[in-house]
Design a binder for this molecule. Structure first.
Ligand code: HAM
Length: 426
């Protein structure tokens, strides 16, 4: 009987060797600035109570209304695969009372997120984000720091062809004043029912409508940035000043609308120019009402999510991915059962000293194993057979020039440590 092959689900992004090491590199580069700024890891479930997202992210958003992977679990509860990370972090902070301790709560996370979007280059149904959240302090200097951490991540990748867009959604008073005029403006437009419905939940959504007729209809719409209260304006001015002090270039984009409803105050997006339609490599902002909406106290928060998949595409497009392939320090070719057991023991001992070891497995002929050793890029090779074990001595071959030296097995460790440190020093 012949079984049919099974394929990965549509739109799912996965990373296999050799590309996976580039993916890992990107993720680590994006995380490093957060760690360096005192953010600590939060490892959260990938599925949550559906209410967390309908309430936290907002029902006017595409993410909630069209893209959630929602199902009933065996206990009849409505569960959703997380489409984003902020709501889950807030849920966990409230549940564990972290907001009753030292503020701001500063956490980072990384992992898979799920949105049932139409797959295309840079847009996947399972994708990866690195994110941070800083909860409990409302200070424009913190806004600037959060943006700077994201920016540093992209700089770590060597990216140059990107731009930072920022705007401010102001405080509640600013948004209320703007909403009155925006609703008046929208009231004059000829809209279909679905669009009217979205506008009634969050009229700002219409700025994000990609249809050309909507874009031109909204071209003259009143902009929230022109309605900022004095306090919100001063706050936004400080954020811009701090960014300038840090040498971070930005463009104020008053028409920018983030895809999630919890945002207030400073919001931002990083846009890469080599990626076509899916150009947003990261984004975030303040979400001062989220904790309260989720049943917690009234505390502010700010954070970002960076798209690891897109950051990798950007790094590939800009040619900044380092060609790092694993190569061992020593490749051991054991011949026979006894030699295998010695090879395993030797590898164990040498790896404990951070020497990178590969062993030739399977009972390949010596010639084939030597070829594999050569191809692997190993720096040294030994063949371990009955004769070597009996003599307690191996021939250590330096692959760079083929020079062979006899080494007592018991001295292999110290010989290798010396040889490797010498070549590292050179
Ligand atoms: P977001 O803008 O929805 O924000 O997503 C952040 C980043 O995730 C995007 O800029 C993009 O790079 C990547 N991304 C989103 N959807 C996809 C997809 N379908 N395929 C590939 N990459 C994608 C958030 O998720 C907020 N939670 C960020 C945040 C944290 N705001 C405050 N704190």
């Amino acid at each position: 009987m012949k079984f049919e092959k099974i394929q990965a689900p549509k739109g799912v992004r996965e990373y296999l060797p050799p590309e996976s090491s580039a993916f890992e590199w990107v993720r680590e580069q994006l995380i490093a600035p957060a760690k360096a700024a005192g953010y600590t890891l939060m490892e959260l479930p990938v599925f949550e109570d559906t209410n967390l997202f309908t309430r936290g992210v907002g029902e006017s958003t595409d993410v909630v209304s069209k893209e959630m992977y929602t199902f009933e679990d065996r206990g009849g509860r409505s569960i959703t695969l997380r489409p984003e990370g902020t709501a889950g972090v807030m849920r966990a902070v409230i549940e564990a009372n972290l907001d009753r301790g030292q503020l701001p709560v500063k956490v980072w996370y990384s992992g898979q997120f799920f949105r049932a979007e139409r797959p295309q280059a840079g847009r996947y149904r399972q994708f990866y984000q690195v994110g941070i959240e800083a909860i409990g302090v409302d200070d424009p200097a913190l806004d600037a720091e959060v943006i700077a951490i994201a920016d540093q991540g992209f700089k770590n990748l060597g990216l140059k062809n990107y731009r930072l867009d920022i705007t401010s959604l102001g405080d509640a008073a600013s948004r209320a004043a703007h909403r009155v005029d925006l609703m008046k403006f929208i009231g004059q437009l000829d809209l279909d029912e679905a669009t009217k419905e979205r506008a009634s939940i969050n009229p700002l959504r219409l700025f994000d409508d990609k249809r050309p007729q909507m874009q031109s209809a909204m071209a003259k719409a009143p902009l929230l940035l022109d309605y900022l209260s004095e306090e919100s304006r001063a706050n936004f001015d400080r954020v811009k000043e701090y960014l300038t002090v840090m040498g971070i270039a930005f463009v104020v984009n008053p028409r920018m609308v983030r895809g999630l409803d919890y945002y207030t105050g400073t919001t931002f997006e990083f846009v890469h120019s080599d990626l076509g339609a899916q150009s947003g490599i990261g984004g975030g902002g303040r979400y001062d009402g989220l904790m309260e909406i989720l049943g917690g106290q009234t505390l502010s928060g700010i954070g970002f999510g960076l798209g690891v998949d897109r950051a990798l595409l950007a790094a590939v497009a800009e040619g900044t991915v380092p060609g790092e392939e694993f190569s061992s320090d020593l490749f051991i070719i054991p011949l026979g059962d006894e030699a295998k057991s010695s090879a395993l023991r030797m590898a164990q001992e040498l790896r404990a000293r951070s020497i990178r070891i590969e062993i030739a497995f399977g009972d390949r002929a010596l010639k084939g194993a030597m070829k594999a050793a050569d191809k692997s890029g190993a720096r040294y090779v030994i063949v371990l057979g009955d004769a070597e074990l009996a003599a307690g001595e191996v021939e250590l071959k330096r692959m760079s020039d083929g020079v062979i030296s006899s080494v007592k097995i018991e001295q292999l460790k110290s010989t290798l440590i010396e040889a490797l440190s010498l070549t590292t020093l050179n």
